[in-house]
Design a protein around this ligand. Structure first.
Ligand code: PGA
Length: 249
C-alpha cells in the first residue's frame, strides 16, 4: 500500500490559543486512514500545545520549523533539537527555503542542523529546491544535488533511510505557481536515486510549493510523490482536513 505524509508548515502563524482552536476543528473532522500520516510544524511557541492536542497518536505528529545545532548554551533566541524533542517534536524541518534565502542559511549550516536533529532522535525533513533563475538556466538537478551532498554526505545509510526530503522549488513557494506533477517527478526520481545509491532503503520524498485543495489530487496522482509539504493552504483547518483526506489515485 502506498503511504503518504501530509506536512503542514504553519510558518509564523497561529499562537498557542489559535493552534488549540485549529486542532479542535481538525481532530473531530479527520478520519484516520491506514498508510496516511499528518504532521504539523507550528511555531516553537505553539509546539507544546500542538503536541499535547495530538495526544501521542502514531498517525499524527508535531515538529519544529528550525533548530540551532548546539544542544544548549548561551545562544539567545535559538532553540535546540533536544529542547524541541522534550517539548513534543518528532521531526524538524532543515534548510527550508525561507531559512536559506530570507535568513541566509548556508549549505554548511544545513549539515550541522541535520546532524543535530538526528542526534536528538528526531526525523529530519530536509528541504531542497532551486530558484527561478537556476531552473531557467537548466541548473535544477545541479542545485538539488549540491544541497543534498552538502547536508547529507557522510550520514549513515540507516539514518538516511529514516529521513524525509522535501523538494520545494523556491519559485513555487507562496507564489500560487506549483510545479507540474511531471516537473516534480523528475526531481523526485533524482533525489530518490541519490539517496538509494547511499543505502537509503525506502526514502520518502515530498513535494512543496503552492500545494492546495485544487491541485493536490493531480500532484498525488504522480507516484513519485510520497506526500506534500504545505504552507498557506494548511492554515485553514477545514480546508486542510479536506486536503489531507484527498483520494490518491
Ligand atoms: P506554500 O509553502 O504552500 O505556501 O507555497 C510551502 C512551504 O514553504 O513549505
Amino acid at each position: 500500500m502506498r503511504s503518504l505524509l501530509f506536512a503542514a508548515n504553519w510558518k509564523m502563524h497561529l499562537a498557542p490559543a489559535e493552534a488549540r482552536a485549529y486542532l479542535q476543528q481538525f481532530l473531530p473532522r479527520y478520519t484516520q486512514r491506514p498508510g496516511r500520516e499528518v504532521w504539523f510544524f507550528p511555531t516553537a511557541l505553539a509546539l507544546e500545545t500542538v503536541a499535547q492536542a495530538l495526544g501521542g497518536r502514531d498517525d499524527l505528529g508535531a515538529g519544529v520549523q528550525d533548530i540551532y545545532w548546539e544542544p544548549k548554551g548561551a545562544f539567545t533566541g535559538a532553540i535546540s533539537a533536544p529542547l524541541a524533542a522534550q517539548t513534543g517534536a518528532r521531526a524538524a524541518l532543515v534548510g527550508h527555503s525561507e531559512r536559506r534565502h530570507v535568513f541566509g542559511e548556508s549549505d554548511a549550516e544545513t549539515r550541522r542542523k541535520v546532524a543535530a536533529v538526528l542526534d536528538a532522535g528526531l526525523t529530519a525533513v530536509l528541504c531542497v529546491g532551486e530558484k527561478l533563475g537556476e531552473r531557467d538556466g537548466g541548473q535544477t538537478l545541479t542545485v538539488v544535488t549540491r544541497q543534498l551532498t552538502a547536508a547529507l554526505d557522510g550520514v549513515p545509510a540507516k539514518a538516511l533511510g529514516a529521513l524525509v526530503v522535501a523538494y520545494e522549488p523556491v519559485w513555487a513557494i507562496g507564489t500560487g505557481r506549483n510545479a507540474t506533477p511531471a516537473d516534480a517527478a523528475a526531481v523526485h526520481r533524482h533525489i530518490r536515486s541519490w539517496l538509494r545509491e547511499r543505502g537509503a532503503a525506502r526514502p520518502r520524498v515530498l513535494y512543496g510549493g503552492s500545494v492546495n485543495l485544487k491541485n493536490v489530487a493531480e500532484l498525488l496522482a504522480e507516484p513519485e510523490l510520497d506526500g506534500v509539504l504545505v504552507g498557506g493552504a494548511s492554515l485553514d483547518p477545514v480546508a486542510w482536513t479536506q486536503l489531507v483526506q484527498t483520494e490518491a489515485t
